[in-house]
Ligand binder design. Structure first.
Ligand SMILES: Nc1ncnc2c1ncn2[C@@H]1O[C@H](COP(=O)(O)OP(=O)(O)OP(=O)(O)O)[C@@H](O)[C@H]1O
Length: 307
């Protein structure tokens, strides 16, 4: 059954000190798809992933990975699951290349180490001990270790955090290849462009619950707002524009000389803006109407307050 989920989480609850940090969360990841879990700091993403990896015990709910319970059937699952932890979780006193070779030996049919080393650029630090690797190098090694055994399911907790743009592109390419090979990839990220580029399915969580999910297109379609961007001279008095547009629109000078009108922008909105400009003898050097981005949708769902 190619379309049965490789990962299924139902009603997951995890409490610390009586507080539910995961609070009735449902999640599914299909083979051959990238599922991205997005959420603010402390939303419960890592806790959820670690429950799926068998590293934490749920207080309530069920987790099945490839139909198995990650806590009680860990031995059967281990060869089929790849895990990249947020803090690396690598042994630190061993050289990078030795570590990868050691992990590869635990699997029946490991990937070609030379090829993996080449594509993730591990060669330049192969002989460096893990302790001395930079943050991004350590991430690359952790990713290599997660995929070297040709797993059916891969958990990647913020895989490209701390990576330079070149390494990030290499990671994205590898993730796409895993998907094409039929692997179920579950990743968390704070990078909206990473989710937009890679994810077949996006799950937005906050306070341990799912707020919204769907394809990127679904999530963008659910955001009916658009925004109008306008460039002209700085420091315009916007009160008249606010009055002309009425309720339902926000108007702000986002940067000196760049103004953003957000709300349900219609042709009449554009006409009202240009009429207001003409009345004030103000020439716009650029005017554009754009759809909401995934970041807009994310901020609308989770709010703008720091966690
Ligand atoms: N072992 C623990 N004991 C107590 N509280 C914990 C423990 N582990 C996690 N928490 C709390 O649970 C909440 C969720 O943490 P989690 O690491 O799952 O968030 P996250 O969504 O992965 O955040 P981030 O984006 O910052 O990585 C946080 O408030 C965290 O402080």
């Amino acid at each position: 059954m190619p379309d049965s989920p490789a990962l299924e989480v139902r009603g997951l609850v995890k409490r610390y000190g009586g507080r539910a940090v995961v609070d009735g969360l449902d999640l599914a990841a299909l083979p051959g798809q990238v599922t991205a879990v997005l959420g603010p700091n402390g939303a419960g993403k890592t806790t959820t992933i670690e429950c799926c990896e068998g590293l934490r015990t749920p207080d309530e709910g069920a987790v099945r990975v490839l139909g198995l319970d990650p806590r009680t059937q860990a031995r059967e699952l281990r060869p089929r699951v790849g895990v990249m932890l947020q803090d690396g979780g690598l042994p630190t006193s061993i050289r990078a290349a030795d570590m990868l070779a050691h992990v590869a030996r635990m699997y029946a049919d490991p990937r070609d180490l030379g090829e993996l080393t080449e594509r993730l650029g591990l060669g330049s630090f192969a002989r460096t001990t893990v302790r001395r690797l930079s943050g991004g190098q350590r991430q690359r090694l952790a990713l290599a270790a997660a995929v070297v055994g040709r797993p059916d399911v891969v958990f990647l907790d913020e895989p490209s955090a701390g990576m330079d743009p070149q390494a990030r592109l290499a990671v994205w390419e590898l993730v796409r290849e895993l998907r094409a090979e039929g692997v179920a990839v579950l990743l968390t990220t704070h990078l909206m462009d990473e989710a937009e580029d890679l994810a077949d399915h996006v799950v937005v969580v906050d306070q341990g619950r799912v707020l919204a999910e769907g394809s990127v297109a679904d999530l963008l379609a659910s955001a009916d707002d658009r925004s109008l961007r306008l460039e002209t001279r700085a420091g315009l008095d916007l009160d008249g524009l606010r009055t002309a547009l009425g309720d339902g629109f926000a108007v702000a000078e986002a940067a000196p000389g760049t103004y953003v009108v957000s709300g349900a922008v219609e042709p009449a909105t554009v006409a009202a803006v240009t009429a207001w400009l003409a009345a004030g003898d103000v020439l716009a050097t650029r005017l554009s109407v754009g759809r909401s981005t995934l970041e807009d949708v994310f901020l609308d769902l989770t709010g703008r307050d720091l966690r």
